[in-house]
Write a protein that binds this ligand. Structure first.
Ligand SMILES: [Zn+2]
Length: 145
């Protein structure tokens, strides 16, 4: 699934960019430079820049057109769905999530990271940078439609 999306993103990056000969500093839309006949070309993304490869183009498209997931927020929503909104401690009615976070921030973070991993394993979310940024799969799919 992820390689599928990655392939489509690469395709999108190719479609949105123009081959560019850096030596002659001209566009080479045919894939061969009309000056030096080189086919060793960079990619130009209009108004953004010129670089080798498509990784940077993909990164730019993701940044501009999708919102990375706030994993803390997603986890919090899931916990709020699993437990009562308020927990009674003695005579206090307290916000369950706030108690969990404040009483044991380490276990909160561990549980959040496990939850994030499980979403990734279930292919609901995808990361292309080893987990620094996650995107919803359905967002990626609508971008690539
Ligand atoms: Zn050239």
């Amino acid at each position: 699934m992820k390689t599928d999306i990655q392939e489509k993103l690469t395709e999108l990056a190719f479609n949105r960019t123009t081959p560019f000969c850096y030596g002659c500093y001209v566009k080479a839309p045919k894939g061969v430079c009309s000056h030096c006949h080189s086919d060793d070309l960079m990619r130009e993304l209009e108004g953004v820049g010129v670089e080798w490869g498509t990784e940077w183009v993909i990164k730019h498209i993701l940044q501009e057109e999708l919102t990375a997931i706030d994993t803390d927020e997603v986890f919090e929503d899931s916990i709020r769905g699993c437990y009562p909104e308020e927990t009674v401690v003695g005579w206090l009615k307290l916000d369950t999530v706030e108690i969990l976070k404040s009483q044991d921030p380490i276990s909160w973070r561990i549980a959040r990271d496990e939850y994030t991993d499980s979403l990734e394993q279930d292919e609901e979310i995808v990361s292309f940078d080893g987990g620094s940024n996650y995107y919803w799969k359905h967002d990626l799919e609508s971008l690539l439609e």
